[in-house]
Design a protein around this ligand. Structure first.
Ligand SMILES: [Zn+2]
Ligand SMILES: [Zn+2]
Length: 379
C-alpha cells in the first residue's frame, strides 16, 4: 500500500511489523524527500532489503524510488529487539514476537492511551516459529489483522502428514514433486517439514528461497526451530545454475522454489516441465490469488506459458500452510483481550474484516470498527 496521503514530515516514527512487501514495500517512498525515524527488528530489515531489491529488479521502472532509498532504509532503520522498550516522544513502544515470519512483530504503543497492533500473526506453532508471544491485555485499542476471519485452517499435524505422504507417493512412482512456494519462510518451512518426518529423498531448493535460507541460518535468534533448520539445510540440495535445474528433473525428487503462485521464478519453469508427467505432482502450499497461474492451474488443470496451453497430467494439489491466524485463532486473540476498549479489524477482504467485526460485537465486550478507508478514528 502506498501511503500517498502521508507526508514524511508529519511522522514522528514509522514502526515496521515485518518484511512482507504489503507492510514494507512503500517505506522507501518516505525516504525520497524525508527522513522519518524507522524502527524494525534486524531480521525484518535484512529480509526487507532482499525483497525490496528484488521488487526494484522486477519493476523498478514503475516504482517511485530507487536503490538509493533502499540503502537509506537499511542504514537509517533503528533495530529493535523483542521485548525492548523504546521511547518516541511521550510514547513507549514494544515489539513482541508475532510468529508469522522470522523477525515479525506485534507492536504495543503505550502513551496517554494504549494500543496493540497485531501485525500479521499466528498463534499456531510451525517448524520454523513457535507462534506469537502474549502481548498482554487491557488495551484501549486492539488493531488486528483479519485475513482468515472466514476460514478455518486444518490442524498443522494433518497438513504436515498430507505433505509428506504426497512427497513419498510421488517419488515412489518415479515422479518429481514441484512445490511452488513463497521465498520468505514458506519454502524453508516445507523443507523442514520433510526433514522432520524423515523424508530422505532428494530435496532441492531454488530461486530467492536460497538467499532467505542463508539469511535465516545466519540469524539464529529469529528462528525458534533453528536446530531443525540447520539439520535440514545440511541435507538440502541447492540449485546452483541451469545445469542443476535441468538435471534434477531426471530423478525422483522434491523441488521447492518461488514463485508461490507460479507467477514466474524457477517454479514456473519446473511446473511446465513436469506438467505432462502423470507420475509427478505440483503441490501449492499457499493461497492462490485470483487470476494467477496457480489459481488457473487449480481451477482448470491448465498452465498457459507464453500463450500456449499445457493440460496438466501431473497431480495438482493444494495444502495451505498458512502463516496467518485462522478463524479460531483470530477470535481467540481478541477474546483474550476482551477487557480492551475498541477492536479495529483490518488487513483482509472487506467481507472478512466485516465478519470479524460483527463477531467481536456479538461475542465480546469490545466495540469493533471495520474502517472503510483512511479516516481518523478518535479514541
Ligand atoms: Zn505478512
Ligand atoms: Zn500482510
Amino acid at each position: 500500500m502506498m501511503p500517498g496521503h502521508v507526508s514524511p514530515r508529519d511522522l514522528d516514527a514509522v514502526l515496521i511489523s515485518h518484511a512482507h512487501l504489503d507492510h514494507v514495500g512503500a517505506v522507501p517512498l518516505l525516504l525520497v524527500s524525508g527522513a522519518p525515524k524507522i524502527f524494525a527488528t534486524e531480521s525484518t530489515v535484512r529480509q526487507a532489503e532482499v525483497l525490496l531489491k528484488d521488487m526494484l529488479k522486477l519493476s523498478g521502472y514503475f516504482l517511485p524510488f530507487t536503490d538509493a532509498e533502499v540503502l537509506k532504509f537499511v542504514r537509517a532503520t533503528q533495530r529493535v529487539n523483542y521485548g525492548e522498550r523504546i521511547r518516541i516522544k511521550d510514547a513507549e513502544i514494544e515489539f513482541i514476537d508475532a510468529g508469522h515470519i522470522p523477525g515479525s512483530a506485534q507492536i504495543v504503543v503505550n502513551a496517554d492511551k494504549t494500543l496493540l497492533y497485531s501485525g500479521d500473526f499466528t498463534s499456531v506453532k510451525t517448524r520454523l516459529l513457535d507462534g506469537c508471544d502474549d502481548p498482554g491485555s487491557g488495551f484501549d485499542v486492539v488493531v488486528t489483522e483479519s485475513t482468515y476471519a472466514l476460514e478455518a485452517h486444518l490442524p498443522r499435524k494433518v497438513l504436515e502428514d498430507n505433505v509428506v505422504e504426497l512427497a513419498r507417493e510421488t517419488v515412489n512412482q518415479g515422479g518429481v514433486m514441484v512445490v511452488p512456494s513463497f521465498a520468505v519462510a514458506r519454502a524453508q518451512e516445507v523443507a523442514c517439514i520433510l526433514a522432520a518426518h524423515g523424508f530422505h529423498e532428494n530435496v532441492w531448493m531454488d530461486g530467492m528461497a536460497r538467499q532467505l535460507l542463508q539469511l535465516y541460518l545466519d540469524d539464529e535468534e529469529y528462528v525458534d526451530g533453528f536446530d531443525l533448520l540447520a539439520r535440514t539445510s545440511r541435507k538440502l540440495r541447492i540449485v546452483k545454475g541451469r545445469r542443476d535445474r535441468e538435471r534434477l528433473l531426471e530423478d525422483p525428487s522434491v523441488v521447492i522454489s518461488p514463485a508461490g503462485m507460479l507467477k514466474g521464478g524457477p517454479a514456473a519453469y519446473y511446473a511446465q516441465k513436469i506438467a505432462g508427467d502423470e507420475a509427478s505432482t505440483i503441490l501449492l502450499v499457499s493461497f492462490q490469488a485470483p487470476n494467477t497461474p496457480g489459481a488457473k492451474l487449480l481451477a482448470e488443470g491448465k498452465l498457459s506459458p507464453n500463450g500456449s496451453e499445457i493440460k496438466a497430467a501431473a497431480k495438482v494439489v493444494q495444502y495451505k500452510l498458512s502463516a496467518h491466524a485462522g478463524q479460531a485463532e483470530l477470535r481467540d486473540y481478541i477474546s483474550k483481550r476482551s477487557d480492551s476498549g475498541i477492536a479495529i479489524t483490518i488487513h483482509g477482504d472487506p467481507e472478512a474484516c466485516e465478519a470479524l467485526a460483527a463477531w467481536v460485537n456479538a461475542n465480546t465486550g469490545l466495540k469493533a470498527i471495520n474502517p472503510s478507508g483512511p479516516e481518523p478514528i478518535v479514541v
